[in-house]
Design a protein. Structure first.
Length: 194
């Protein structure tokens, strides 16, 4: 079985008028202002999956600062998951520092999403405030035994759009302080640091 664990999907309105979403969203603008940066929808992703013989994709949106954009985007991911339940698993994506983050996570999980991610801290890195904002989300996912996917990057190589501040060592130190389950029933034999 081939699983693509990192796919971003966008609703039609966002794909066709991305510039509308640049204001107040510097991370989105940084990543998608370049006209060759592709935005794809669910139907197109299924076509590519078929062409490339990918069995399942894990899809998510973008960590919008505007909670209404997050809701629209998460609704779209839930719709794609409902249309292609055997092919697409979805994650709830949002800005963890938004005061509605925990309730949005709860709503998305109830709506059929399988966890949270890709959470990204493009502008700040995982500083204390960002780390603290993750606590209620981690608690929800821990209680329901669901994954959380966090955007990190390597400390070497050139800078590129989306390469954020946290170094892997800092992220590893932080994640080792987060209580996780000892094993995951979804991935037999996978052991997590407790």
């Amino acid at each position: 079985m081939i699983i693509d664990f990192h796919t971003h999907l966008f609703p039609k309105a966002m794909r066709e008028n991305r510039e509308k979403y640049f204001e107040g969203e510097p991370a989105f603008k940084m990543l998608y202002a370049w006209e060759k940066a592709k935005l794809i929808g669910g139907r197109d992703m299924i076509q590519v999956m078929d062409e490339e013989q990918v069995d399942v994709s894990v899809a998510f949106g973008f960590p919008w600062k505007n909670p209404e954009y997050s809701k629209i985007h998460n609704d779209y991911i839930m719709d794609v998951v409902a249309r292609y339940p055997d092919r697409v698993k979805g994650l709830c994506c949002l800005d963890t520092c938004n005061e509605t983050a925990a309730s949005e996570v709860t709503r998305c999980i109830a709506g059929g999403l399988s966890g949270v991610g890709e959470l990204a801290f493009y502008e700040t890195g995982i500083v204390c405030e960002a780390r603290d904002s993750l606590a209620p989300i981690m608690a929800i996912c821990r209680e329901k035994d669901l994954p959380v996917m966090i955007h990190t990057n390597e400390p070497v190589g050139h800078m590129y759009p989306g390469k954020s501040a946290p170094l892997p060592q800092k992220t590893a130190a932080w994640t080792s302080s987060v209580p996780l389950t000892a094993t995951s029933p979804r991935v037999p034999g996978m052991v997590y640091r407790a």
